[in-house]
Design a protein around this ligand. Structure first.
Ligand code: NAD
Length: 475
């Protein structure tokens, strides 16, 4: 049993001032694996005060010092590789191979890439007699979700520390272990006391506490749209800068010259990755009408190859959902799709055969989906694909953009003019052409209701800066 009942405040592991704890559940076994403290307002106040006290000194360190600090964190993070993989597999139910390739690696790359970008980052610019200076904003409050326990925390922490901001982090209650390891990593890497503070707890107390706190200058939130709105409302009262990374309902546009088998594999892997609990998942698959039948056959062929089961088994690529609540939610959407008249191609309600224990779902594919159906408009956060047919590329673009979201978009095919046209026309912050590999220097964030602001690399550093113009500054 993991007994993580302390918070990390001002460089020390301290007892909570309250007595409430919450169990952490392994979603593959439906078993309690440990517990965390549910922090109090008093815990949060102490953390904010520590971050405020550390700010004057940390904010005036050189960028070389902070780049080295991030590099030390990256080294220490690598030293804790096995531990990180173990806890993320356990708390999230992510298959071990995926935990290493995606979760572990993304966290690492954010520290490395941000350190690299920081070394070249210009904090001042001269325009004649005017000096433009970019200065750390102050204390940042970071609130993160459960679906990518190291990616979301690391991108925010790397950006904030690179800028010279001090932080208070509240990770998700469902997956708190990875953040506790990060605190240990930061301590070992020599992050000065008070620069990084971790308070576990509920959204109600610590989440609302952060977004309303007069001692916090910026709140960076990743999570659902409904909570993002609440964060903005609270933050407005003290005019905090707000960065929001919210949900998505991203389209994958398959062109009519695409290789149908490769297109099906791309579509399926994108939807089942992390058991569909991915904000950028391409859950609306737009297929040319002429390719529809062949595409369905190819999807049926490829889907069983993505094995569902025990996350500790290296051969499995799809684990359980994170919690019973998510399982119920995904079942509700699958039922809704059937009620709405979409045609079930694969999967459906209930658990996969032989996987009665654990929050497993059947990877599910619907076709004959209209874009105005609930399953095509709302974020399901499970491995559920909606296939929508189109007749020409303009119609595909119109359907793709007919959503309140704008986080990501994908296009797959051969014709370069069409690839460019679709990529340029999709209203979203991150477009991927033909399975392009990850780029940690590229900005990440959403259009429309998918969010405000950008993370990753130098754009992620900008998020934590204020801009000062000094007119008549002697050189
Ligand atoms: P959530 O909004 O329920 O919770 C996110 C975090 O907010 C948690 O730490 C939670 O405790 C906290 N929280 C809850 N109530 C709060 C409140 N009133 N004030 C402040 N904080 C509060 O989201 P979730 O279920 O953990 O994550 C899933 C959602 O996150 C999905 O919608 C997904 O698309 C989104 N997401 C977005 C991105 C992105 O980068 N755009 C990345 C991952 C996940």
């Amino acid at each position: 049993m993991r007994n993580y009942t302390k918070h990390y405040i001002n460089g020390e592991w301290v007892e909570s001032t309250g007595s409430e704890t919450e169990d952490v559940i392994n979603p593959a076994a439906e078993e309690v694996t440990g517990r965390i403290s549910m922090g109090t307002q008093e815990d949060l106040d102490r953390a904010v005060q520590a971050a405020r006290d550390a700010f004057p000194s940390f904010s005036t360190t050189t960028k070389e010092y902070r780049a080295e600090l991030l590099e030390n964190i990256a080294k220490e993070y690598e030293n804790r590789k096995d531990d990180l993989i173990e806890v993320i597999t356990e708390e999230l139910g992510s298959p071990v191979s995926m935990t290493e390739k995606v979760h572990y690696n993304m966290g690492l790359q954010h520290f490395k890439e941000t350190a690299k970008q920081l070394r070249d980052f210009e904090f001042t610019e001269r325009r004649g007699e005017t000096l433009i200076a970019k200065e750390p904003i102050g204390v940042s409050g970071l609130i993160t979700p459960w679906n990518f326990p190291t990616n979301q925390t690391s991108t925010k922490l790397a950006g904030a520390l690179a800028a010279g901001s001090t932080v208070v982090l509240k990770p998700a209650e469902l997956t708190p272990y990875a953040a506790i390891l990060l605190a240990e990593i930061f301590e070992k890497a020599g992050v000065p006391k008070g620069v990084f503070n971790l308070v576990n707890g509920s959204g109600e107390t610590i989440g609302n506490g952060i977004s309303s706190h007069p001692g916090i200058d910026l709140v960076s939130f990743t999570g659902s749209g409904a909570v993002g709105q609440k964060v903005s409302e609270n933050a407005a009262k003290t005019i905090k800068k707000v960065a929001l990374e919210l949900g998505g309902k991203s389209p994958l546009v398959i062109l009519d010259d695409a290789d149908v088998e490769k297109a099906a594999k791309t579509a399926v892997s994108n939807v089942v990755m992390n058991t569909g609990q991915v904000c950028t998942a391409a859950t609306r698959t737009l297929v040319p009408r002429s390719m529809h039948e062949a595409f369905i056959e190819a999807v049926k062929e490829v889907l069983p190859k993505f094995r569902v089961g025990d996350p500790k088994d290296e051969n499995n690529v799809v684990g359980p959902l994170v919690a019973q609540k998510q399982w119920d939610r995904v079942q509700g959407y699958i039922e809704k799709g059937m009620e709405e008249g979409a045609t079930l191609v694969a999967g459906g309600t209930g658990k996969p055969e032989g996987l009665e224990e654990g929050y497993y779902v059947k990877p599910t594919v619907f076709t004959d989906v209209r874009n105005d159906m609930v399953i095509a408009q709302e974020e399901i956060f499970g491995p559920v694909m909606s296939i929508i047919t189109y007749d020409d590329i303009d119609e595909a673009i119109e359907i793709a953009n007919d959503t309140v979201y704008g986080l990501a978009g994908y296009v797959f095919g051969e014709d370069e003019e069409k690839l460019k046209k679709v990529a340029a026309s999709l209203q979203a912050g991150r477009i991927t052409v033909n399975n392009a590999k990850a780029d940690f220097s590229a900005p990440f964030g959403g259009y429309k209701e998918s969010g405000v602001g950008r993370e990753w690399g130098d754009y992620g550093i900008e998020e934590y800066l204020e801009v000062k113009a000094i007119l008549g500054m002697p050189s």
